[in-house]
Design a protein around this ligand. Structure first.
Ligand code: TYD
Length: 204
């Protein structure tokens, strides 16, 4: 019988370069012959991708934003994450609940107790087995975003202080969950980061 799969998430402020490394790790694991489900939040399902388009473009109340993030996540867990883990696949997801804590909590200032209630309700005890947090100074991330993004979305248009709060929240999560969250210095070169990912990813 196949055991339960592994759930890996990638996190970090916009411009940290995590999506490139997310793609790389997926290919690396597939080359090892693993059954890998590559997915992202918000999104990952047909409804979730529609919610993503709204979330990244429409201005809305901060609680509406949090509720839609968790609505998309509920659908994602039900249709994609849980079935994949149950069949023994690896789920490698670009962002998950930590992003809501960091962006809606730290960035927007929504009470963490509110977000914890939503997480308890919609996510339950589903935690990633491993989270890679790509960390770098906000100034460098924003420079990278400016040179890489022609039409920034609603989050990417936020100011330095917003991203400082998001970064601080992420680092706080990492401090509180050192066994789950590996902080990666996103200032390193892509090959250097790939060496670190290879070493850190728990494959047994
Ligand atoms: P992402 O896919 O990382 O952006 P991009 O496609 O530009 O690389 O994430 C989209 C945005 O959604 C990002 O700015 C962070 C935000 N977000 C939240 O605010 N809360 C959440 O719970 C999630 C999953 C994402």
């Amino acid at each position: 019988m196949t055991g339960r799969g592994r759930f890996i998430t990638f996190e970090g402020i916009d411009g940290a370069g995590k999506s490139t490394q997310h793609q790389w790790l997926i290919e690396h694991l597939r080359k090892q012959g693993r059954d890998v489900v590559a997915t992202r939040e918000p999104g990952g399902t047909p409804l979730g991708e529609k919610l993503r388009a709204v979330l990244l473009s429409e201005s809305m109340h901060l609680e509406t934003e949090a509720l839609l993030m968790f609505a998309a996540r509920r659908e994602h867990i039900e249709l994609v994450i849980e079935p994949a883990l149950a069949r023994g696949a690896w789920v490698v997801c670009d962002r998950f609940v930590d992003a809501s804590m960091a962006y809606q909590g730290g960035g927007r200032g929504l009470a963490l107790s509110r977000l914890a209630e939503l997480a308890d309700w919609t996510v339950g005890d589903l935690l990633p087995d491993q989270t890679f947090l790509f960390d770098l100074p906000v100034g460098i991330a924003l420079q990278r975003l400016q040179s890489a993004t022609q039409s920034p979305d609603r989050f990417e248009r936020e100011q330095v202080d917003f991203f400082e709060r998001v970064r601080a929240s992420y680092l706080d999560i990492a401090r509180k969950s050192p066994h789950r969250v590996c902080v990666i210095d996103a200032c390193l070169s892509q090959p250097e980061i790939q060496v670190i990912l290879k070493e850190l990813v728990i494959t047994n």
